[in-house]
Design a protein around this ligand. Structure first.
Ligand code: 5GP
Length: 183
């Protein structure tokens, strides 16, 4: 199992998309969230979109491997998404924020953790604004959180700088392949 984390705007989604093209057998766990879909996002593909009552019920039922509050919304990894992949012998990749990555480290210490960072804070801000999907207040909140998250890079086994998405994807692929050889 691979846990990929990093501040919002670091380009994790783009890098993971490229990694998946190169390693098609990788299973990406589709998370649940209470945030509303962005244009182009589909339920069950980017996320399982659910309202807070349903999310809380899933928490109470123990359906989540981990969950966290992020920028006013709830996000969580469904056990069912992870177990199906691992049971089939596939590598599973989780793209989650810092709190979630910390809980996975506690519950699955064997998981390989990768932290993706932007080349600079100004680049991060530009990417968040360029996305054009969040309000000014939401961007400010995400930037504040990004600073705290950056300070946690040392907690991860690998740190990958996303100066160029293709290059960063190569590095993540190499990490995954090296791990397989060791396993
Ligand atoms: P976004 O709203 O930009 O899609 O995601 C916001 C943050 O939530 C990102 O840092 C993303 O990695 C994180 N995230 C997505 N799914 C999960 C999840 O299942 N658990 C946790 N803890 N964080 C998640």
């Amino acid at each position: 199992m691979f846990v990929i984390s990093g501040p919002s705007g670091a380009g994790k989604g783009t890098v993971i998309g490229l990694v998946r093209q190169r390693l098609p057998h990788l299973v990406t766990a589709v998370s649940a969230t209470t945030r509303t879909p962005r244009p182009g996002e589909a339920d069950g593909r980017e996320y399982h979109f659910m309202d807070e009552a349903r999310f809380r019920a899933a928490v109470a039922a123990g359906d989540f491997l981990e969950w966290a509050e992020y920028s006013g919304h709830l996000y969580g990894t469904l056990r069912s998404e992870v177990e199906a992949g691992l049971a089939g012998g596939d590598d599973v990749i989780l793209e989650i924020e810092l709190q979630g990555a910390r809980s996975v480290r506690r519950s699955m210490p064997e998981a390989v953790s990768v932290f993706i960072v932007p080349p600079s804070t100004s680049e991060l801000e530009q990417r968040l604004r360029g996305r054009g999907t969040e309000t000014g207040a939401a961007i400010a909140r995400r930037l504040g959180r990004a600073e705290t998250e950056m300070a946690a890079a040392h907690e991860f086994r690998h740190v990958v700088i996303n100066d160029d998405a293709e290059r960063a994807a190569d590095e993540v692929v190499a990490i995954i392949e090296a791990q397989r050889k060791d396993a």
